[in-house]
Design a binder for this molecule. Structure first.
Ligand code: ZN
Length: 451
């Protein structure tokens, strides 16, 4: 099934039509997670999905650990309790928007030509919608498999999962139990390769409380201004250049890149890598490749009791630190010491979210099923393992002992850098061909793996 097989009078129909409809509804539900407990409102998307799955005859359980923060889990029990269970997991929250950067209403869920526009169209309501459609199709018309098939629509992924997967893992582990998990985000084409995320960088979200001395804004001479000190700290972290670290996953990634041989050689040389990334014309690709090989620091929030006529005595600076596979808390601390030097003397360091990087092996039956499912649409393509540089719920399942991959299958015309730019970015949108391919892909993988 491609889009052309399932179009009626120019509009998507059949399973692709279901995926497009669900995606549009979920965009319009505006489940925006701004990091506060009172945001998210994922009950709206859980309700939409529950209504869609209502006629399958299978149990659809909903969990609400905090008001409005609803997750949904549906399970088709297999015939053999000892057979491995497979979970399709998608999150149902989205990040906030800055409407000024959008050329369309980010929550209208419009179809414009062959694209659906709106917040969540790529991260990741597109995949969550296609998973729900695949699950329902298999529930209604599929064979009974040996192992369980689980569909898990998770709240609060965008803020670390405290009100979603982390709550369920702690309080309802049987509900989400699975041996293998597919979630965001793979399926982009790079020449003859289709990417599958097998590992994920760690997060170490720091809050630096920068100390100064409060005073009157009318007498700033020789003042001890915490905000001015925070500005120096931001500059040092922005300028910090840690050495790159190249591992096997990096070498595999570089091998699949569609680039000239001299560039490939530079990417594999720690002495030349940074210069090479610094001059690469494709800034999005360079940023991803940089994140794959470096510990990164991004100063993203400044807060505190601030007023125009008061010299601030303390300022909190949130730094989004992403650690590499194998890098522990001491090594992250060493980076901070190297970057800030003497400025650390006036800072209290708090790490408010710390999850090390983790990975799943590729020598698994699910990896082979992914390869075969890709080959059903693209016979010459090979899947290639990649590092996810962002946070996803896959890490929680890996910590529970499951094999988890970031997968999907998109249109070959979708440029990976364009796609990446739409994540948490402006004018987020997805093409219908990608929705058709992803929907069919989940059905093919599940049938191959559980069949
Ligand atoms: Zn996401």
């Amino acid at each position: 099934m491609t889009l052309e097989d399932s179009r009626v009078n120019g509009a998507p129909a059949g399973l692709t039509g279901d995926t497009a409809d669900l995606l549009q509804q979920m965009i319009r539900n505006e489940c925006v997670n701004d990091g506060t407990k009172a945001s998210g409102h994922e009950f709206r998307n859980a309700q939409t999905l529950a209504a869609y799955l209502g006629d399958t005859g299978f149990d659809v359980a909903r969990f609400e650990p905090a008001p409005g923060r609803e997750s949904l889990v549906a399970r088709i029990e297999g015939t053999d309790p000892s057979a491995p269970a497979l979970c399709l997991m998608g999150h149902i929250d989205v990040v906030p928007v800055d409407p000024a950067g959008w050329t369309r209403d980010p929550f209208a869920g419009e179809r414009v030509g062959d694209e659906i526009w709106g917040r969540g169209a790529v991260d990741m309501l597109n995949l969550t919608a296609s998973m729900a459609v695949a699950f329902r199709q298999l529930a209604l018309h599929g064979p009974r498999f040996a192992g369980d098939l689980v569909f898990f629509a998770a709240a609060d992924e965008e803020s670390g999962g405290e009100h979603g997967i982390r709550w369920l893992a702690k309080n309802e582990p049987d509900a989400i139990r699975a041996d293998y998990v597919l979630t965001e985000n793979g399926g982009l084409h790079n020449g003859a390769h289709v990417g599958v995320k097998v590992a994920e960088k760690g997060v170490a979200w720091h809050r630096l409380r920068v100390r100064g001395t409060a005073g009157h804004g009318a007498r700033p001479w020789r003042a001890d201004n915490a905000l001015a000190r925070a500005a120096q700290i931001i500059q040092r972290l922005t300028d910090y250049r840690p050495a790159p670290r190249l591992d096997d996953l990096w070498r595999l990634k570089v091998a699949t890149l569609d680039v000239p041989d001299d560039l490939r050689a530079a990417l594999l040389d720690p002495a030349r890598l940074d210069d090479c990334l610094g001059t690469m014309p494709n800034k999005n690709l360079a940023a991803y490749l940089h994140a794959c090989t470096h510990t990164t620091f991004s100063c993203n929030v400044v807060s505190g009791p601030m007023k125009t006529n008061v010299i601030p005595g303390t300022v909190d600076l949130d730094v989004d630190v992403r650690s590499l596979p194998g890098e522990d808390a001491d090594e992250v601390r060493a980076h901070l010491v190297a970057a800030l030097g003497d400025l650390l003397d006036d800072v209290d360091v708090d790490i408010f979210l710390h999850q090390p990087a983790n990975a799943s092996p590729t020598a698994t039956p699910l990896w082979d099923s992914l390869q075969r499912a890709v080959n059903q649409r693209f016979p010459a393509s090979r899947i290639g393992p990649e590092l996810a540089v962002g946070l996803t719920d896959a890490r929680i399942y890996r910590d529970l002992g499951a094999v988890a991959y970031g997968a999907g299958l998109f249109s070959p015309t979708l440029d990976p850098s364009d796609y990446a730019r739409r994540f948490h970015g402006d004018d987020e949108r997805i093409d219908l061909e990608s929705l058709a391919l992803s929907t069919r892909f989940w059905i093919d993988v599940v049938s191959d793996f559980l069949g």
